[in-house]
Design a protein around this ligand. Sequence first.
Ligand code: GLN
Ligand code: ZN
Length: 753
Amino acid sequence: MKTTIVGFPRIGENRELKIATEKYFRGDLTQEQLAAEGKRLRRMHWNLLKEAGISLIPSNDFSFYDTTLDTAVLLNVIPNRFSALQLSALDTYFALARGYQGEAGDVTALPMKKWFNTNYHYLTPEFEQQTEVKLVGTKVFDEYLEAKAIGIETRPVILGPYTLIKLSDFKGTTVQEHLPALISAYQEVIAKLSELGAEWLQLDEPSLVKDLTPDERQLFMSIYRELAGGTRETKLLLQTYFGDVRDIYEDLSTLPVDGIGLDFVEGKQTLQLFETFGFPQDKKLFAGVVNGKNIWRNDYSRTLNLLAKLPHDQLVLSTSCSLLHVPFSVAQESFPAEVARHFSFAKEKLSELTELAAIADPTDDIAKSALLADNYRLFDTARVTANEQLTHRLAELTAADFQRLPAFEERSRLQKSALALPLLPTTTIGSFPQTREVKAARAAFKKASLSEAEYHDFLREKIADCVAFQEDIGLDVLVHGEFERNDMVEYFGEHLSGFLFTKKAWVQSYGTRCVKPPIIWGDISRERPITVGWSAFAQHLTEKPVKGMLTGPVTILNWSFPREDISLKESTLQIALAIQEEVLDLEAHGIKIIQIDEAALREKLPLRKSDWYSEYLDWAIPAFRLVHSRVAPETQIHTHMCYSEFADILTAIDQMDADVISFEASRSNLSLLDALSAQHFQTAVGPGVYDIHSPRVPSVAELRATIQALLEKIAADKLWVNPDCGLKTRDEKETFASLKHLAQAAQEARKEL
Ligand code: GLN
Ligand code: ZN
């Protein structure tokens, strides 16, 4: 049985690509040196796959930034303002990805968006009226030939035309206008690959797993009938992932493609579709059976059961999606063997594929039983012992645990008199600049060259300065500054039981940015107070309220690798109970306002609208409610979300039942503000009045104008004034100036109410 993968991580075992690319950005590496590093990594990864015994090896899954952008650039989908810079091909590419400011001009980057339901981000291609879609690039051919030159036949991968259209912006033009040229450009790619002798081309079409309208189906089918029809040497693999293709499954079998890649892991209905409608005999079935997103070992007995139902002679064993979403190798970690044996990162998943292929081969009984026995042992007994007390607490929860009383309006009145805040209260989102000094102190403490007492003295000094500054400029609700935190999820993970941390398990988030999510290993509980000491210390320095600052359960879950032996819901409720204890502790220590950040709430929203509530919001929103349901009516609960993209789930956001929500408010969200008032959104709002992602200092006049504009959409007694996110990535200088202006603008605006 043949094996393959949808794609391999490209950043390298030790983030070599990130390091080299950033050096290039700084001018410390030439184009040739960067190109050579890319080549070295590709070669290494191809060889790794070959040595692992993978039979069909992909190419062009490598990228210097993003593969969606690669496909756009291959087909000349480059807005004029970028080509007008007249930079080299590589620098034009990086200008599209990161913006450009220099001698040649000044353009902002293409917008970056979340890649389906992952934490990877792609760049949004932009079609203009003048865009002349045609094959201009050579990357896909170059990399195919590069592999061939070292004796490895590969299957080039590009983003398919339908998903490319779905993910792109069409500015002053339409899909129809560019469609004929787009189809011929793809045909040209196929013709060229045929000429070079490529056996397969993989066209990625993850957009097929979303809800499809009849028009979308029709568009997809017409593109592929034209694209795949006709004679060609190179076979076409239509690759889908991140779900099942229930809206188009039957149609796909009629297409003149040679292989279809289906996701049997995340695709809840994939097997059922196969069983109901069968699979065309003239095509290969690339079955995604090894999870491309998780870090756990594959359960062979389950997979073999599945494989037994599929047509053996048409099968190619594959991953459910690209391995881009998992870290490189478990071998780089130093977990004890009995822990490590449960994990499978990209490299280990290759062995799982070849082992599964060997076991599924009916001729090799000996290898089969040894491998199977080994794997069974991972699953036949519980990996961790359950925390009985916690299980009990969760079982005892009733509706009352998810319902804060009294209702919003009454609480709001009580809070007004208890807190005595002015109208348009001012605050920040929590963190203050993590200066070099702060990072150095933390690093020294971790290395034990700074004692705990010394480190804590340092933090208390920082907090005192931070509180004094906020009082000085006249902010109304203060924060302690979050100087003790490295990261909003890792910090809590480190202080809760049940998490494991890795050394090098980096996953690409976008371009050269990588994240290292913690692993949820067991039941989660709080053993001692986490933030209470710091918040209480800050509160005793001032008469003004200091906001306690916590990360919410859904965000902690979404930015970790979750367990699979219990449900996401159950893990999230465990985290919620732990954070609830922290909330109540903060309250007991005199903290009157508590913010529970849910920066990543939107991230795991299912791809199909029909699943939004039943699969996710139905437990995610209650988990948040559980965290704050038991506080006193006078205690004010805030939450924060990083993006303003929640117009479509406003009801759910309101049902979080927070008293105040702050969020990013860039140009685009005046429509969100309209929706807020149209839908009688009850939660008070703090739409960020300036963008913290830029070092620019907004003037008082500018901020006053923004506040004025907000007042036209939002009642004065519902409006808060704050920046749009935490300030940890900024420098002190611009932060202090901006906040001073913010406080002043709010004071002036208040006088005019
Ligand atoms: N309280 C966090 C901070 O201020 C929130 C960060 C975030 O939303 N990503 O840094
Ligand atoms: Zn934020």
